[in-house]
Design a protein. Structure first.
Lengths: 989, 452
């Protein structure tokens, strides 16, 4: 059946021919303002359906009469007309249409135009990404696309970045969008992509746009298009950027004197004068180690981090071949000690015109990424946990050695520290990656194109850890080392045909049909060992091998896809998209359809020619896309185990014979408006996404020997609207000012769980829950009721309907306390240019989300030896009864229980990026043989306006948020974001 | 020119052919790092492997690898130890303010039943096992099933000693393996048997196992191991004759002898001469959960549990505490050296416990099966250089407290002898774990323990 389909496609494609009437031949070449040939420009004899398109070199050839008028039209350019007369060669330079509505949009397996597109797509252009001093493309995108919420987990330079397009769709599955680089769906992360090489990013948001990606489209798709070479002289450019980073914010902790007093008060409150003072004397003595110091441990977690970026590139080409190449080196130190990132990135995009019908090309990226990482936020060894150390504690003893406070103390032990870890360990990751897409494009005639691509995403990652015998847990083993090398390779061939046909003036048909497959193989090998001689840290030099890694995993799928777009009278557009996916994870394949339509109201006679409303389009779509899973979630599995150094076998997973994909149905309606010759563009979208059959662990009776199995059980809903407003406020020769505002509001709601049963945090320290009718990850816990003025007890609302309070945290009933998801997010950016100066700045606004400061329970109440927040000094005493700080009590847990006391609004407004540049005038540059010279200063996260009391409101602690969609918005010793200033220069010649 | 074009058409067709040729190959993927259930228990070797998997599960730090001892020590801290660590879960237990969401409690419950199910799978596949191994494998699986039921019922139900064993709710008794398709059991919920029903089944399994396992079985459960656990079970039930005989059989079958120096009976890489049964831990596999909490960081632990001065002095007086010779000291600083070895085996039963069980039972019955109580008591005391004292119920019990300190027996000994712990009656609700909240959520009809 499948083979027949292919055969039919082939027959159809190869047996086509075009006959054109012939009277007089006119030929010519069409270029843009920079002299680059334009492919696919429509050349039409006015008033007829006769026409042609330009080839790869911008050449066309048409038969016409001398009185004919030729109309040259091309998406993104102003249409031009030319009377034939006696001319046999008509060369045309098309002028770019600068308004955003004229933009070309890259869509899945093709191109469209902003004016004709029926889906919700946001385009980000290269100049919005260039030279932002961040380490990943997602951070550079932050705040720039409506409906795209981007959050860096913390200020760790290699920390994960959460991207949510129109909310969270999945509980147990992936919520990150699909990334496609030049048509290649990439399997690994996106850090290997240098965003300075990116020509444009298209964010596909609704089903009309994403359904063509079928089972991988539910979370939205980000299409990354890299820069390509253009015909003309070879241009070189060199970029250099250097700067420094520091934390956006520090918290106020007690100093040594305050700590001593507070600790003693807490000890006496708990144990009375005699015992309390004895405890205080002993513990304070142990912690101060006979020295009198005031150590600012928080300061020791951070450093003034350096940043350096250097790149050199060249691009150019001739009629036959065009290339773009760039090599860049990045070294970014993290603001945390021991945390840095080095990146070497090379790109080569090469295209060769074989004939006027055929092109061959390759897009290839090579990269190496090296990071030095720090321990997870929940480890004593992570730098920020240094704040738990007492300010009375010296860092080093008289011999200059770091003191291990976990080894001192006669009543209780102190904490291990990141300084020891930093000095005695290495956590180093090195990744190599090749992204390559080889393609051949064949233009059969002016309306049929076939493209074949072979994609390869291949990489390896070496994770190296070494902890010498001075680190915690390795004292008696002589150190611990581990090396694991993971290799992955994704091979993805595809082929698709594009039919682009205009049938007289009234009908435009665009049809894409294709097939694609993908196979990924991931292999890991490595081992761990203990027992190292000083000076040797390679895992193989360890004396005792303690573990071995050797695994292979395969995943694959194949697909058929198609999209038909029909435009009538340049006013009414309908689109149909479908994709069939069969994956190795599930037994059955699934078809994902979408239908969409658009009405260009401004083409109607009653609006046509209106100066006020220059563009108006109403569009809507409905469709279904899916969320793929890897592995074997539906099979019953036995895993190998070892006991007594002998092999064993244990069942580890139950089967579910009925398991299927998660599917998301999206309804979208959008209105696009252009005013005043499109100087003002407004786009409004409403969407309703219903995700069903969420794969979730269905809990079962644990006495069965299993606690659950994967089942399609839950539903989740995301509804919201987005507004994008682009305005050109001033546009004169000397001064231009543009403003872009995007706003997105998303309401997330879990609409179905198994038996309506809430799923609560199993760890009492965290409050994120899944509850029907509430947003994903909603905070559910005790409600803090302040301090009993009579005795300083922390109080909690009983929430049993009585309105009463209790000092027993266990007696307090839980209630819904707030959501970690923002009510709305917005980005406001301005681009100003005055003569040779330009100024750009972007404000990022996140509103209405709650953050749980989960580590603050350790920083209050004098519960243990941890240094305490300075705000605790306003604690309850009989003389200070009206305070919301409970009486401190050593190991009394007074007010430290997880509750709404540590939950806070995390809204913020942030000056995300600001950049001021100066472009030297061409006249001046000519004298020194340069084509471009620009110097600029860029700031990242320079200003943050928030009422949040933690380090930084852009936060989700890594050890919870990695691998969980539920545990979001928790701040647990998470590093604040980096505030960065860089100075850069760009030279072109 | 025409020729060139045709050539590229051929190329294109090759690509098309390639893509369309082998679609099924892209999705025809088998797991390589795991076995699917259909091919998991189809040979003798694999079923024996599954038995080793049962041991592996039992060796988890949630069970015999640590927590079964650790939580018993916390629950019966009784002024002997303090917990100074930052983890919430152990603190809830030592404070007797256990939340139903306590993850340590939840893990013991879940992994316990996982071990039981795995043992049941072995029992149901027993016919596939080669005849030469069949009895041994069946006996060990029955032993594992009984042992874990016994450990769970001691923590999740009222003690047998409270006199209402036939009416008190016990735990769910699982003697059949669960099917492999989750959909088949998604709405099934097992109900709790009575304490007596569970104990009866434990006894039946152990008695059957005792007849099946060999006298010598490497580090795996042998006759002595099975009888040692049987003696513990009888003791919990107050059946002193059963306990005495089982302990005596265990001693006779064990071939064990006391390690001359008390210190060296602990924290060893391999089983010692007095070990009856131990969980095997090495750098390569297994973990010693007791080391984590009871050993100081210089010994690879967190140092969260400290010995109080009072108990340290008591143990020192019993020659099992401080010692001028740090090589043989059993307490250094405020830590016991019993769990000093990060990769040491976790002992479950040692010979001295058998001697003391036999002595206690003989005293209760006025008999001298195997040896006189005085002889057994003297043997245990002589090893640590203590003079003889008259063997009484009290002196033997006192010896247990010091000899078996930090080994998880105190709680269960006090419960069976109906003694108060920290002012809590032996059958207090506070000394019984809650049924985990997750289990209540999955099976809302499950009856929660009193007090939660």
């Amino acid at each position: 059946m499948k083979k027949n389909y292919i055969t039919m496609l082939l027959l159809f494609l190869f047996n086509v021919s075009v006959v054109l009437a012939q009277e007089k031949n006119v030929s010519g070449n069409i270029v843009d303002g920079k002299g680059t040939p334009l492919l696919g420009v429509t050349v039409l004899i006015k008033g007829t359906t006769n026409g042609t398109q330009t080839d790869f070199d911008g050449n066309y050839n048409i038969s016409c009469k001398r009185e004919d008028i030729l109309v040259f039209s091309y998406v993104g350019f102003k249409t031009k007309e030319e009377v034939v007369t006696d001319k046999s060669v008509i060369n045309i330079t098309l002028e770019e249409d600068v308004t955003s509505l004229s933009e070309v949009l890259i869509v899945g397996y093709g191109k469209s135009s902003k004016v004709d597109n029926t889906g919700a797509i946001t385009k980000i252009k290269s100049e919005q990404l260039d030279n932002v001093p961040v380490a990943s493309i997602q951070e550079a995108l932050s705040g720039k696309a409506s409906g795209v919420f981007i959050e860096s987990q913390s200020g760790k330079i290699d920390g994960a970045i959460k991207v949510r397009i129109r909310g969270t769709n999945s509980i147990g599955g992936n919520n990150e969008p699909l990334y496609v680089v030049d048509g290649l769906v990439i399997a690994g992360g996106t850090r290997d992509i240098n965003f300075n090489n990116v020509e444009s990013l298209e964010v596909l948001k609704d089903a009309a746009a994403t359904a063509i990606y079928g089972s991988r489209g539910a979370n939205g798709v980000i299409l990354i298009t890299t820069k390509k070479g253009k015909q003309g002289t070879t241009r070189f450019n060199v970029d250099f950027q250097s700067g420094t980073s520091e934390p956006t914010n520090l918290r106020d902790f007690m100093n040594a004197a305050q700590y001593r007093d507070f600790f003693r008060v807490a000890a006496v409150n708990s144990f009375g004068e005699d015992t309390g003072n004895f405890f205080a004397d002993t513990i304070l003595g142990d912690l101060s180690q006979g020295q009198d110091v005031n150590t600012d441990w928080q300061d020791l977690a951070f450093r003034n981090a350096k940043l350096l970026q250097f790149s050199v590139g060249a691009s150019g080409g001739n009629e036959k071949s065009r290339f773009y190449t760039n090599l860049s080196y990045d070294h970014q130190e993290g603001i945390l000690i021991g945390n840095d990132l080095k990146k070497l990135n090379g790109i080569l995009n090469y295209e060769h015109t074989v004939s006027d019908r055929m092109r061959l090309g390759i897009s290839a990226t090579l990269s190496r990424l090296e990071t030095n990482t720090v321990a997870g936020d929940n480890a004593f060894a992570t730098p920020i946990q240094l704040v738990a150390q007492a300010p009375i504690s010296p860092v080093r003893n008289e011999n200059g050695d770091l003191i291990r406070y976990d080894q001192v103390g006669s009543i209780i032990s102190g904490y291990y520290s990141a300084l020891i870890e930093d000095e005695n360990s290495t956590r180093n990751n090195v990744s190599d990656r090749i992204l390559a897409n080889v393609y051949a494009d064949y233009q059969f005639n002016d309306w049929l194109n076939i493209r074949g691509e072979l994609g390869l995403d291949r990489g390896s990652r070496k994770a190296f850890v070494f902890q010498n015998s001075n680190t915690q847990g390795n004292e008696i083993t002589g150190g611990f080392g581990s090396t694991t090398i993971t290799k992955f390779q994704t091979f993805s061939p595809k082929i698709f045909a594009t039919i682009d046909k205009k049938i007289n003036d009234n009908h435009d048909i665009n049809l894409v049909l294709g097939t694609e497959a993908q196979k990924t193989r991931t292999e890991a090998a490595g081992g761990s060992a203990t027992g190292f001689i000083s000076g040797l840290d390679q895992t193989g030099t360890g004396a005792v091998p303690t573990g071995v890694v050797g695994t292979t995993a395969n995943n694959g799928f194949y697909s058929y896809f198609g999209r038909l777009t029909y435009k009538l009278n340049n006013k009414y557009i309908v689109g149909f998209t479908g994709r069939y996916d069969k994956s190795s994870a599930f037994d059955d394949g699934v078809f994902f359809p979408a239908v969409s339509g658009a009405w260009k109201i401004s083409e109607e006679s009653f609006l046509k020619g209106s100066k006020t409303i220059s563009f108006m389009k109403l569009r809507s779509s409905y469709g279904i896309s899916g969320n793929n899973f890897n592995g074997f979630p539906s099979l019953a599995l036995f895993s190998p185990v070892a006991y007594n150094k002998l092999a064993g076998l244990s069942p580890t997973q139950l089967a579910n014979n009925e398991l299927s994909w998660e599917t998301t149905s999206t309804f979208d309606v959008g209105l696009e408006l252009g005013f005043l010759d499109n100087r003002i563009n407004l786009e409004v979208n409403y969407y309703n996404k219903q995700t069903e059959d969420l794969i979730q662990r269905r809990p079962i009776d644990a006495t069965s020997g299993f606690t659950g199995f994967s089942a399609n059980v839950g539903n989740i809903e995301n509804k919201g609207f987005e507004v994008t407003l682009n305005t050109i406020n001033v546009d004169t020769e000397d001064f231009k000012w543009e403003t872009n505002i995007n706003f997105a509001k998303n309401d997330n709601k879990v609409t179905k769980l198994i038996n309506g049963q809430p799923i609560l945090s199993t760890n009492d320290r965290y409050m994120n829950a899944l509850i029907e009718g509430e947003p994903i990850g909603v905070f559910y816990g005790r409600e803090y009721a302040g301090v009993d003025p009579d005795n300083g007890d922390a109080l909690y609302f009983l929430n049993d309907g009585s309105g009463g309070t209790t000092n027993d945290p266990n007696a307090a009933n839980f209630k819904v306390l707030g959501s970690p998801n923002p009510d709305w997010v917005a980005g406001i950016s301005n681009q100003l240019r005055y003569k040779n100066f330009d100024l750009n700045f972007l404000f990022n606004i996140v509103q209405g989300n709650k953050i749980h400061r989960a580590a603050d329970g350790f920083m209050v109440g004098g519960d243990f030896i941890d240094n305490q927040l300075a705000s605790e000094l306003n604690y309850w005493t009989p003389e200070n009864p009206n305070t919301d700080i409970p009486q401190p009590r050593l190991v009394g847990g007074n007010g430290t229980a997880t509750s709404s006391r540590f939950l806070q609004d995390g809204s913020y407004v942030r000056l995300k990026t600001i950049s001021l540049g100066y472009n030297f005038s061409p006249k001046l540059l000519e004298k020194i043989s340069l084509s471009d010279l620009r110097i600029y200063v860029t700031g990242q996260n320079l200003l943050t306006f928030t009422k949040y009391d933690g380090w930084d409101p852009e936060v989700s602690t890594d050890f919870l948020a990695n691998g969980s969609n539920v545990f979001q918005g928790v701040d647990f010793y998470s590093a604040p974001q980096a505030k960065t200033i860089t100075l850069g220069v760009k030279v072109g010649f | 020119m025409k020729q060139i074009k045709n050539k590229y058409k051929v190329y294109l067709m090759v690509i098309i052919a390639y893509v369309s040729f082998s679609c099924e190959d892209y999705v025809d993927v088998e797991p390589l790092n795991t076995l699917s259930a259909s091919s998991a228990l189809n040979s003798s070797e694999k079923v024996i492997g599954a038995l080793n998997g049962v041991y592996n599960t039992m060796s988890s730090t949630a069970l015999l690898g640590g927590d079964l001892i650790f939580v018993a020590e916390l629950l019966a801290a009784d002024g002997k130890i303090t917990f100074g660590g930052t983890f919430n879960d152990p603190r809830q237990i030592i404070n007797k303010q256990i939340l139903t969401t306590n993850s340590r409690v939840t893990n013991i419950f879940n992994i316990g039943y996982s071990a039981i199910n795995r043992a049941n799978l072995v029992l149901e596949a027993i016919d596939i096992v080669d005849e030469a191994d069949r009895d041994r494998v069946e006996g060990e699986a029955l032993f594992a099933r009984a042992l874990i039921h016994f450990e769970l019922i001691k923590l999740f139900a009222k003690p047998y000693s409270d006199g209402n064993a036939s009416s008190n709710l016990g735990i769910v008794l699982k003697t059949e393996a669960s099917p492999f398709n989750g959909g088949d059991i998604s709405s099934d919920c097992n109900s709790r048997s009575t304490v007596e029903q569970v104990y009866d089944r434990i006894l039946a399994d152990l008695i059957a196992a005792s007849a099946l396992v060999p006298t010598s079985n490497g580090i795996y459960a042998n006759k002595s191991t099975v009888n040692a656990v049987l003696a513990r079970v009888y003791l919990q039930m107050g059946n002193y004759a059963g306990a005495r005989d089982a302990a005596n059989d265990a001693i006779n079958d064990s071939g064990a002898s006391l390690v001359p120096t008390y210190r060296f009976a602990f924290a060893q890489d391999a089983n010692t001469s007095e070990d009856i049964f131990s969980i095997q831990v090495s750098e390569i596999d297994g973990a010693n959960g007791m080391n984590t909490f009871l050993a100081p960081s210089a010994q690879g632990g967190r140092g969260d549990v400290r010995i109080t001065d009072g108990f340290a002095n008591f143990l020192t007086a019993e020659n099992r505490g401080f010692n001028a010779n740090s090589n043989v000291a059993m307490i250094i600083g405020s830590y016991t050296t019993k769990w000093y070895n990060q990769f040491g085996n976790v002992q479950m039963v040692r010979l001295p416990e058998l001697l003391l069980m036999r002595a206690e039972a003989n005293l209760e019955l006025g008999t001298s099966v195997g040896a006189t109580p005085q002889q057994d008591l003297n043997t245990v005391r002589a090893r640590v250089g203590l003079p003889s004292v008259t063997a009484t119920i009290n002196s033997v019990f006192n010896e247990r407290i010091s000899e078996l300190a930090f080994e998880g027996q105190y709680l269960h000994d006090f419960k069976r002898r109906q003694l108060t712990i920290e002012g809590f009656s032996f059958d207090a609700n506070e000394l019984v774990f809650p049924i985990p909240q997750n289990q209540i959520n999955a099976c809302p009809d499950t009856q929660q323990n009193a007090g939660y």
